[in-house]
Design a protein around this ligand. Structure first.
Ligand SMILES: Cc1ncc(COP(=O)(O)O)c(C=O)c1O
Length: 378
């Protein structure tokens, strides 16, 4: 089916071509049985193009399919590629809610700008998401520990290997069903990366730039060799200051009960400004927590755990939500955080965030972008 769409006149238009035959509920459930991260994609994707003459144009909602790419597609060679990762949830009332898409859309623009790529207006970012969810609403899972992960990608598309910013770009939005990143609720063990760094001052650490992730594989492999789930990135200059995990920001809990305070490294340009981090910092006062953004050294982390001043440490991000850290390992030291299990602050914050995602708790401001007219198809 091809149809015009309801996009307002001032925004990019999308034409819609749906798959000829949709999967039925049984086939969908079968595909979703193992929802390991990044494997179970929905039936459609959204594409949009940019060139200097037409700006953003050619929006399409179409069946999910391989992209025809010239082998000389420049983004594949020089890495002019940025992406995002955000989630849509089935709300308790049956509608679908996308969590803070405007904030992810703004970060997508900042990442693009850092890589000399065109900045997709947040309005078009939202329309692309709305279109995909409307056409693939049946894929948004009702289960509390599952969601639909949305993956916007921007790729330099010139078939021309000149070493300069491309003149044509391709935006692709796909979505896949996902479950809890670290499986059952447990604390993760983390590896201090003392041999490799992720980011340098003046570099691309604050951008969701594709190359940041491949460049982390070597350190992540080291973490796995030492029995750890994730790598802790340290600052590049002194290897002394804690920055973040491979795909999550880090928060430290000092003290307990009503005296508890959240501490997290500041956004100085080498850390990805996580939307979950920002949300947790905004929610903290609701749980009676004070918040401080200040540098935390590895020594302070170890000493704080030993003395009991640091009672919990947890990571936060879109994929893993809130995940406690149980053990820290480095080349010549190992220590436990608290009793090594998920702590009360992380557990309460995780539950609050999960309730907000489902619309069961009121979010501060308009955090949930509701897509109401999909309810009947659920
Ligand atoms: C390196 C890195 N840090 C932190 C985060 C957490 O960011 P967010 O909460 O926006 O998912 C991510 C995930 O996107 C990440 O890749």
């Amino acid at each position: 089916m091809t149809a015009a769409n309801t996009t307002p006149a001032d925004a990019t238009r999308f034409t819609i071509r749906e798959v000829a035959a949709r999967l039925d509920a049984g086939a969908r459930a079968e595909r979703c049985r193992d929802a390991t991260f990044g494997r179970v994609f929905t039936e459609h994707m959204v594409t949009l193009r940019w060139d200097p003459d037409a700006a953003w144009h050619g929006g399409r909602v179409e069946p999910m399919a391989p992209l025809p790419l010239d082998p000389a597609t420049v983004g594949l060679h020089y890495g002019q590629i940025v992406f995002e990762g955000l989630k849509a949830y089935r709300l308790d009332d049956g509608c679908v809610g996308v969590f803070r898409p405007d904030r992810y859309g703004e970060r997508f623009r900042r990442s693009a700008d850092r890589l000399m790529m065109p900045r997709l207006p947040v309005r078009d970012f939202l329309h692309a998401i709305e279109h995909l969810i409307r056409v693939d609403a049946d894929w948004v899972p009702p289960d509390r520990d599952r969601s639909l992960y949305l993956r916007p990608l921007l790729l330099a598309a010139d078939a021309d290997l000149a070493l300069r910013p491309a003149r044509r770009y391709l935006f692709v939005l796909t979505a896949f069903v996902t479950e809890m990143f670290f499986g059952a609720k447990r604390a993760i063990d983390v590896w201090l990366s003392e041999d490799y760094v992720r980011s340098v001052p003046g570099g691309v650490g604050a951008a969701k730039y594709a190359g940041n992730y491949a460049a982390g594989y070597r350190a992540q492999a080291q973490a796995a060799e030492h029995g750890c789930d994730q790598v802790v990135w340290l600052d590049a200059l002194e290897r002394r200051w804690v920055e973040e995990l491979g795909g999550m920001n880090l928060l430290f809990v000092e003290g307990e009960g009503t005296a508890a305070r959240l501490v997290t490294p500041p956004l100085t340009g080498t850390i990805l400004p996580g939307v979950t981090r920002e949300s947790v910092l905004e929610l903290a006062p609701r749980l009676g927590l004070t918040v401080a953004e200040r540098p935390v050294s590895v020594d302070e982390w170890q000493d704080g755990c030993r003395s009991g001043r640091i009672t919990e440490v947890f990571a936060c991000g879109t994929a893993a939500q809130i995940t406690s850290v149980g053990q820290v390992r480095g080349r010549d030291r190992t220590w436990q955080v608290g009793d090594g299990r998920p702590g009360p602050v992380a557990t309460r914050l995780g539950a609050l965030l999960a309730d907000i995602h489902r619309g069961a708790e009121q979010a501060p401001g308009k955090w949930l972008h509701r897509i109401d007219d999909v309810r009947d198809r659920a």
